[in-house]
Design a protein around this ligand. Structure first.
Ligand SMILES: Cc1cc2nc3c(=O)[nH]c(=O)nc-3n(C[C@H](O)[C@H](O)[C@H](O)COP(=O)(O)OP(=O)(O)OC[C@H]3O[C@@H](n4cnc5c(N)ncnc54)[C@H](O)[C@@H]3O)c2cc1C
Length: 401
């Protein structure tokens, strides 16, 4: 098996490395507040060179590159190695920009995309509600057209980073009499207004990234709707077709694995180094097996994408694989840090171990966010393997919609 990317792409890798050495250096990011300024300056240069924001047209602040999955993968690998920042993190770049590029009106693209690419507009995703998670189309938050505006009433929940957001992109019911999927619209809504109340939810880690958001007569202009009225469900299904973002995605699993190796290297089991303990070695080899499987699935996906072939079942299994590996690695790390893992977050010794507890708790959420593992398994079974559909839950099939 040849795992090289070929001479043309390896030359591109050398060019990316050279850029990173001269523009980012070996020291990584400085501390706040200098960090933010340095990252944004670096992103601007990296976009100018065609390394970041590749699927976004130049007129909206992107670098408008021809789709090339191998180049995209090399950029991820090299930026990851140099610990250099990729695109501005968060829901804006991940979801709003691709959605607007595909379904937005021209004025919406011009108005919202450039500041989102530059990290000036921050977004929160208002999809989930207390009675609508996996079965999202049951959502009840409603918007009524009153004159030149939409007026919104209802409640969203689990809204990540709502307090930091400038805008929400949200799904609302605009046609109460239509069948449930047909009655939904996709709205953009300013966050800072009297009709919106945001209440933080305390998480198991002690942090509050989640919120519940109450809409009581919140307003947004009539033309801040993406796609047609009643077509919000189709708009919300939009994915980035310009360039497949995270094909394979073993990068994050590898980073976690490397941290685990460092932890195991400095930990002890009784009198011996942890890495000499046969029980620890056995558990680590099991994790490594899953990791290698994810890596090789990633290579297969890359090959298929480079040949213009469909990803098939492997794309569906990616998130499932990562959630499982992250949970296994952080569980094993808790075993290695021993008694420290019993302390509440914030009370742990300053050994850098605290983040493993957070990592473990975060891995529980990872198996829920963006579609639970059960739903992913149903998708693999039904769409991937063609098995019969699961019995409907609460009267509605949801996994294969
Ligand atoms: C870290 C994190 C960040 C999030 N950020 C956001 C955000 O920013 N914005 C937002 O809108 N939402 C966000 N969410 C919410 C997330 O999308 C929902 O939690 C998720 O869709 C599941 O919905 P639920 O919590 O209502 O669980 P439910 O849908 O009630 O599911 C409960 C359990 O039942 C199982 N289940 C449900 N239906 C089926 C079925 N048909 N077949 C088999 N099993 C089933 C599920 O797998 C799960 O185990 C976030 C969640 C997490 C954990």
């Amino acid at each position: 098996m040849d795992l090289g990317y070929g001479p043309e792409h390896e030359a591109f890798r050398a060019e990316v490395r050279e850029f990173l050495e001269s523009e980012w250096g070996r020291d990584g990011a400085p501390a706040e507040p200098e960090r933010e300024r340095r990252e944004s300056e670096f992103r601007r240069k990296a976009t100018g060179r065609g390394y970041l924001n590749r699927g976004v047209p130049r007129r909206y602040g992107g670098s408008e590159q021809t789709p090339d999955v191998l180049r995209a993968q090399i950029i991820r690998e090299e930026f990851g190695r140099a610990r250099a920042p990729l695109e501005v993190p968060g829901a804006g770049m991940m979801m709003v920009v691709p959605t607007l590029l595909e379904c937005g009106a021209e004025w919406q693209k011009e108005h919202f995309i450039p500041p989102t690419v530059a990290g000036e507009y921050r977004w929160a995703q208002g999809y989930s509600e207390p009675g609508a998670g996996s079965d999202l189309a049951s959502l009840k938050t409603r918007a009524e057209r009153v004159g030149d505006e939409w007026t919104i009433h209802g409640q969203k929940i689990w809204t990540s980073y709502a307090r930091e957001a400038d805008y929400f992109f949200m799904l609302v019911r605009t046609e109460p009499d239509a069948p449930k999927h047909a009655g939904i619209s996709y709205l953009l809504v300013p966050a800072d207004q009297p009709g919106i109340e945001i209440q933080p939810l305390k998480q198991i880690t002690g942090e509050s990234q989640f919120n519940q958001v109450f809409f009581d007569g919140a307003r947004t202009p009539a033309d801040w709707i993406v796609g047609e009225r009643g077509q919000g469900w189709q708009v919300s299904r939009t994915t980035l077709r310009h360039e497949r973002g995270h094909i394979g995605g073993a990068d994050r699993s590898l980073q976690l694995w490397n941290s685990l190796m460092r932890l195991a290297g400095r930990s002890r089991c009784g009198d011996s180094p942890a890495l000499d303990d046969p029980r620890i070695r056995d558990l680590m080899v099991q994790v490594l097996g899953y990791l290698r499987a994810q890596e090789y699935s990633g290579f297969t996906l890359l090959t298929r994408a480079a040949r213009g072939q469909e990803a098939g079942l492997l794309e569906t299994t990616s998130k499932l694989q990562y959630s499982r590996i992250a949970a296994l690695i952080s569980k094993l790390a808790l075993q290695l840090i021993g008694d420290s893992s019993l302390l509440a977050p914030g009370l742990q010794p300053e050994r850098g171990d605290e983040r493993w507890l957070n990592q473990f708790m975060g891995s529980l959420g990872m198996a829920i966010a963006g579609g639970t593992s059960n739903i992913q398994r149903n998708l693999v079974a039904e769409r991937g393997l063609g098995l019969p559909r699961d019995a409907p839950v609460r009267g509605e099939p949801s996994a294969a919609e």
